[in-house]
Every structure is written in C-alpha cells, then in structure tokens.
Design a protein around this ligand. Structure first.
Ligand SMILES: Cc1ncc(COP(=O)(O)O)c(C=O)c1O
Length: 417
C-alpha cells in the first residue's frame, strides 16, 4: 500500500500476508507464540494466526495513514467479506449478509425485529447456550409471545425422537420461529438442521440458527437446510477475533422485519449528507429493506478485516476438509479417553458430529480439578457446564493426541493422590 497521501491507497487485500506460510491442515507454524502444547479451545476463543495479526496491523496502519479515507477503502473490504460469507454459507447473494458485532447482536436483531403477533410461539431448546435464549425471552416479554422449551436430550439419544417431538409442537399451531444452534456447545452435538428446516417449512414456521459452534468447521448450506436467519461470531471456528460477526437473512425476508434496531446508518443513502453538500440532511429516508439495515452505526473496521482474513483461510482450506481433519483428531483422542474411563458424549452417527469432543470424567473424578491439572500441563480445553470439552481445528496435528493423553494420565494420577 502507498504511504504517499497524494497517491490513492490500494484496497486492503490479503496480499499483505503473501510472505507468510500458507495455512495447512495439521500445521501450527502460523501460531509461533501460542503457549499451549495442545490448543483445543477453538470452541471458546481461537488465538489469532500470523495472518490475522498481519491483517489487523495492516488495517490500523492503513487508518493511521489515511484517516477517514480508510472508512471508504475498508467499505470495499466489507463488500468482499459479504461475498465470501455468502459463498461460505451457500447463500443466494451478498445482500443477505449483515456485518455485526457477533452472534448475540444477530439474535437480538431478529428477536426484536421479527413481525410478531400477540401469542405467537417461539420454540427454544433446554440446554442451549444462553445467547440463544435470552433475546427470545426478552422478545416474549415485549411482544407477549408464548415460548416453548423442548429438551435437547432427545437429540443426543435419538434424533428421530427429537424431530417427532418438534413436529408435535409445530402441529399444535402458532409457532412462528424455531431457534436452534447448529452445534451444541456442551456436547458438540451437530443438530439435524436440514430436518428441522424441512419441518419448519411443512408447518409454516421460520428457522433461526446460531451457527457459532459450527461455522468454519462443520458444513451447513443455508439453502439446503431452509435456514431463514443465521447469526455467527468470528472468534471461534472462523478463527478471527471477538467483536465481529455476521447475520444472514434469507433473501426477501429483511423487508418484512420491523427495523426496531435501526440507527443512522440503516437508512437508504445514509451518508449522502456527509459527502454531497448542503440539502441532503434528512430524517425521512426509508430504512433499507436488506439484511444490512441492522448495521446501525459505525463499523468494527478492525474486527471485520480480521473476519475477512479468517473466512478467506477457511474457504482456502475448505470446511469439509477441516471437519474431516478435526474428526480424525477426535477419533484418536476419544478412543484414548474412553480407554481411560471417560464417557464420550460424541454422537455415534457421523451426521451428529461437529469438531467438538466432550467427555465426562471417570466416576469420582472432579472435572474442575482435572481441567486445572490439564491446563498446568499446557493442554488448553474448557469445562462448559461440567463437560470436559476439546475442540481441535485445522492447526492441530493428530500426533499431538499422544501429548494430550500423557497429560490426561498425569492429571488422573494427580487427582487420585
Ligand atoms: C452456541 C453459542 N452461541 C453464542 C455464543 C456467544 O455469543 P457472543 O459471541 O455473541 O457472545 C457462544 C459462546 O460460547 C455459543 O457457544
């Protein structure tokens, strides 16, 4: 990029990291300072790779040189990001994508903007991450909805039973929205989103998906699955940073939403008054009828630049290949853990698997103590709601499993003493 203010800057482009090693499955050389011996927390927060770090410095350097001009130049980067996200999701067009601050922002937007009618039902699942519950509860109170909570345990034990129960609820009438995560944060269960989508269509309901535990590592095609709305953040399996995410709204749906989260940037020709001279300052411009009406105010330029790089890396490696790679890792880790008395919560059928492997410790072993002992040995994992959760991703090499299992043996020995 040119540092000469007289010359127009080039558009920010991933070419800025062309000298770095190419991302490769099983290779963590793009994470030179990562401390953990095995970093298995991609379902929590992914560490930024050298590509993400370079993208962030490049963005801030760009703004340092260009000031407000950076806004317009990074607007072009945002348009490329929308196109890449649409490609990642199998969405019909980049106009279905809004850039947000994360999953919660997308869920709140749909919960508050949905054209609810008094007494409408919204189906939720008991055991979901609270991000996909609270906004619907708030909407229920504000718009006098009747939320219906269905158990997730059905799907863990027998997905067909879960679908049957859902169909029973849908048949009862009044359901406008079914809100579900693509992948469950505790168990790693990949929900049968396609089947849930088909049931929603059959009974005239709409499907909302929280995709943050899947997107980037577990395939999902929004058209094939009849997804109407999908929210995601960038700091987990898309391996970007916190505070930047996106919302997908199926083509034709955005105009039917009530723009209850609109702000100054939600209007058509929102910035004309800043660039076209006097007489353009108006407060009556229509709110855009596209997904990006939820982009209400100033953007997270840095976060979305990082998300752009994360999505490019993901597309380059391929979600199906990443999924297969992480499952190969989990096959080895699961076998070793089961041998040591852990109970695996991983679905037996491949269709129910994400890239998360959650286990329960052997009887009498305290999960908090085990987690602590593993952390002390450089094994980064988490314990959401008392499950020991491992989430490998493309940089993890299956050879690392030996190191993890040795640490597990040491942790078990320590907790027995
Ligand atoms: C399923 C699910 N949804 C949402 C979130 C978090 O959302 P946000 O990034 O908006 O805080 C998490 C975080 O762990 C999650 O597991």
């Amino acid at each position: 990029m040119s540092a000469d203010p007289a010359k127009p800057a080039e558009n920010p482009d991933p070419a800025v990291y062309a000298d770095l090693p190419a991302p490769r499955l099983g290779d963590r050389s793009l994470f030179p300072e990562l401390e953990a011996r095995a970093y298995l927390n991609h379902a929590a927060i992914s560490p930024p790779s050298s590509i993400i770090r370079r993208t962030l410095t490049d963005c801030v350097d760009h703004y340092a040189r260009r000031g407000v001009a950076g806004f317009f130049e990074y607007s072009q980067q945002r348009e490329r990001l929308r196109a890449d996200l649409a490609a990642l999701l199998g969405a019909s067009s980049p106009a279905t994508i809004a850039l947000t601050s994360g999953t919660t922002a997308g869920i709140v937007a749909i919960a508050l903007c949905y054209p609810w009618k008094l007494g409408d039902r919204v189906v939720l699942f008991d055991g979901e991450f609270p991000a996909n519950i609270t906004p619907w509860q708030r909407a229920a109170e504000l718009f006098h909805l009747r939320p219906k909570m269905l158990p997730l345990s059905d799907y863990l034990e027998d997905p067909a039973r879960g679908l049957q129960r859902l169909e029973g609820t849908l048949r009862g009438g009044g359901v406008r929205v079914v809100a579900v995560s693509q992948v469950q944060f505790r168990s790693g269960l990949r929900m049968p989103v396609e089947e849930i989508g088909a049931l929603c269509r059959k009974y005239g309901a709409e499907l909302f998906v929280d995709a943050i535990q899947g997107c980037g590592a577990t395939p999902l095609d929004v058209d094939a699955a009849d997804v109407d709305y999908l929210a995601c953040g960038g700091h987990k399996h898309l391996m970007a940073v916190e505070g930047a995410g996106f919302l997908y709204i199926r083509e034709g749906r955005a105009a039917a939403l009530r723009p209850n989260v609109a702000g100054w940037l939600s209007h058509e020709h929102a910035i004309d008054f800043l660039i076209h001279g006097e007489g353009h300052l108006r407060y009556d411009r229509p709110i855009r009828g596209t997904a990006d009406f939820v982009e209400a105010g100033g953007y997270n330029a840095l976060g979305h630049a990082a998300l752009g790089a994360g999505v490019k890396v993901t597309l380059g490696l391929g979600v199906a290949a990443i999924h297969e790679h992480a499952n190969h890792y989990n096959d080895a880790l699961e076998a070793g853990l089961v041998e040591r008395g852990f109970t695996s919560l991983r679905a037996r059928a491949a269709a129910g698997r994400s890239t998360i492997l959650s286990v329960r410790p052997p009887a009498g072993r305290d999960v908090v103590a085990l987690h602590h002992a593993l952390g002390a040995q450089g094994i980064a994992c988490t314990i959401p709601d008392g499950r020991l959760r491992f989430a490998p991703h493309w940089p993890n090499d299956v050879a690392e499993v030996t190191v993890v299992l040795e640490a597990v043996d040491a942790a078990l020995a320590e907790s027995a003493s």
